[in-house]
Design a protein. Structure first.
Length: 230
């Protein structure tokens, strides 16, 4: 099977300027995604989709291909991941490159390992899923979530106030790291997550949203615990 890794990295990050190439434990954070994809042995082609010249230079230095520049239309705050992947697959096909499966990898996902990528890939193929992505359980039951209105706090679902945490269903959220995609299914649906999607479960140490400076520091601490010999 022909597989492509597509790392998506635009230049206009707002909350953390130049986020996708900011140094993370000594090297540009995007390099972790590129290197893991290259070292996994899963991909026939590893590329970066970007609108930014500096990101393109760093991506090539890390070993990725940057075959074309992302369109302006798919480089603003409103463009979705599905929009970008659709554009990339269309451009690759026009250039004579077609893949049965593609893995969309985010550039700020230093916790990805080749083992996680492989587990997700095997699940995609074995179960003939449209997509597979990593998830993590919420650390606190969302069924006991609170809301605040006019400074007054209340439960969104008050019927759960006396229920024990262990009696509530475990719920999960997208880990925000990657999506394995069957390209044929994706190009029909144009969705990363369909009614025929699967998941691999990660623990809290393997997952960290990186949206602000505090998140970044926490991510580096977690990464040091997982990969102390880097």
């Amino acid at each position: 099977m022909a597989n492509a890794a597509i790392i998506i990295a635009r230049g206009g990050s707002k909350r953390i300027p130049r986020k996708n190439i900011k140094l993370f434990r000594g090297k540009p954070i995007i390099a972790y995604s590129i290197e893991t994809a290259l070292n996994s042995g899963l991909f026939d082609y590893v590329m970066v989709s970007t609108d930014d010249d500096e990101i393109a230079v760093i991506a090539k230095k890390a070993g990725a291909e940057v075959p074309f520049k992302r369109s302006e239309k798919n480089s603003d705050d409103l463009s979705t991941t599905a929009d970008v992947i659709s554009e990339v697959l269309t451009e690759l096909k026009a250039g004579g490159k077609q893949f049965e499966n593609a893995c969309c990898i985010y550039p700020t996902a230093p916790f990805i390992t080749k083992e996680i990528l492989n587990d997700a890939y095997e699940l995609l193929v074995k179960n003939k899923f449209d997509s597979v992505f990593p998830v993590c359980s919420f650390s606190y039951p969302i069924q006991r979530a609170l809301q605040i209105k006019d400074a007054k706090v209340s439960m969104i679902l008050p019927e759960n106030i006396n229920k024990r945490s262990q009696d509530l269903q475990t719920t999960y959220h997208d880990a925000g790291q990657f999506y394995w995609l069957n390209t044929s299914s994706f190009l029909k649906e144009k969705k990363m997550f369909t009614q025929n999607s699967g998941s691999v479960i990660l623990n809290e140490l393997q997952v960290q949203d990186i949206d602000n400076d505090t998140d970044w520091k926490i991510a580096e601490l977690k990464h040091t615990l997982l990969f102390p010999d880097l």
